[in-house]
Design a protein. Structure first.
Length: 178
């Protein structure tokens, strides 16, 4: 189903279109949220809230106007920011890392953890818009035009933010390869 038809049917609250939206976007949205929160329960709750808001937005006429995907990611991004602010107020510590492969030695796990924390630390040190562009582009797989819709900027601005962010990250992470 093409995006314009899907949007029109969703705005008419067509159940099949709504089911199609959920089936199409749930997994990728879940992945995007999980990469930011690193908590499966919070991720499930927040992802469900995104779709809850979609349904209410469509009913109230405040839903997506041009791109369902961009709208979903914009809502997810806003909810993630809210959740992270709540977490910061509640506690200030790094999330626990769960071993992803039992075959890895303890040294390998520690090395991966240190590298990942370093990358995440440098990513978090970037300006907020640059972080968001990188997360949406590389973790969520959105195209620059979709990111532009989420952030309400031009595609050129997205590309510039991405370029500056990657250049800064490359410079900051150069010491990890040595």
């Amino acid at each position: 189903m093409d995006p314009d038809t899907l949007l029109a049917r969703a705005q008419a609250l067509d159940e099949a279109a709504l089911a199609h939206i959920f089936d199409t976007y749930y997994v990728e949205l879940y992945g995007y949220v999980y990469k930011r929160l690193r908590d499966s329960q919070a991720t499930e709750d927040l992802t469900a809230e995104v779709f809850h808001r979609l349904l209410h937005g469509l009913r109230d006429g405040r839903g997506p106007r041009r791109s369902i995907r961009a709208w979903l990611y914009q809502v997810a991004r806003n909810l993630i920011v809210d959740e992270q602010r709540r977490e910061i107020r509640q506690r200030r510590h790094l999330p626990e890392m769960h071993a992803t492969a039992e075959a890895l030695s303890l040294d390998q796990q520690v090395s991966i953890r240190l590298w990942a924390e370093s990358v995440d630390e440098h990513l978090q040190a970037l300006p907020s818009r640059q972080q968001t562009v990188l997360r949406l582009r590389f973790f969520a797989g959105l195209r620059p035009a979709e990111i532009a819709d989420v952030l309400h900027v031009t595609t050129g601005a997205v590309k510039a933010l991405q370029h500056r962010a990657l250049t800064t990250l490359r410079q900051r992470l150069a010491h990890l390869d040595q």
